[in-house]
Design a protein. Sequence first.
Length: 390
Amino acid sequence: MSLDFPLDRTAAPVPGAERRAILADPGFGRWFTDHMAVAAWDAEHGWHDGGVRPLAPFTLHPGAAVFHYGQEIFEGLKAYRHADGGVWLFRPGDNARRFARSARRLALPELPEAAFVRAVEELVRADAAWVPEPDGGADGGAATPGPAASTSDPSAPDSSASGSGEQSLYLRPFLIATESFLGVRPSAEALFRVIASPAGPYFPSGVTGVTLWVTETYSRAAIGGTGAAKCGGNYAGSLAAQTEALENGCEQVLYLDSAGRGTIEESGTMNLCLVTRDGELLTPALGTILEGVTRDTVLALAPELGLRPVERAISLAELRAGAEDGTVTEVFAAGTAAVLTPVTGFKGAGHAFTVGDGTPGPTTLALRRTVLDLQYGRTEDRHGWLHRAL
């Protein structure tokens, strides 16, 4: 049986003036739209009770499994308003498939791909006025139709470097175990929700490089663990490492493998990529790391920028030696929120080194601009990644 998401529109939306004020400076994850997509699952009835309803708290029994055993997963994707006023999703099917893989790993029910995409679509349609203008305009419901702006002109302003032109609606689907019991087994009940939050540019002052702290205290995941799943426990476990990085003057952390081989894994919540002098785009192979949609996008686009994508184990020693002798010319992290983040230096216990001249590299910025131009419809989508929601 297909799962539908009929709209029950709120009787008390955020007033237009207040919404416009929020969209003028939304930050990231601070404000939420008027509605949420919902569905329920239980072992007897399967998926049911789908809809788009007013955003509201919900009540759970104190014995709900999610509170005691962390049985939950989530996703993150964005809706983008194009210059013609249309609103588009970027590769939502990939998020849906990863959501299902995460569900399998956490012993949760798998939401069909079509239902995942439909839930996101219907929420975006209900809250279309919350999708910001791509140029930072405050009224997401007042787009002016017109042709998409071309960025093929090298003299055109580079929004990827300035941090402007990156407003979007961030979407957070999640699934939690809700059965009330204190035995360690998969829950027989679960709730699915999608909430939305308008997002400004991740780098409002422009794209600058970050320095990563190479932690020897913490690891992110182990072989056979939950590293490839997008679940809250992975992120809760990262907070101490992030604190360690900040205490050492770094913006984010770099994890090494848990087996002690000295191979690099992820940068905080993002995938790490290296650009070499020989034209390779290197990134750690999958297994214990998250299969990022942005990571996969960058690997697919690499040949268009004259790069050869390579997925393999990369040791910290190789990274450090490459940065010091110029073999590694650029490093960046890839993720949904920030798209591409230039990494210009590394610090660890007893060592520190810089990548290139310590500023964001041209290949990183070019890749970043290419991804953004695709997402905002400024260039042709030859990969079929864009999915129209409105």
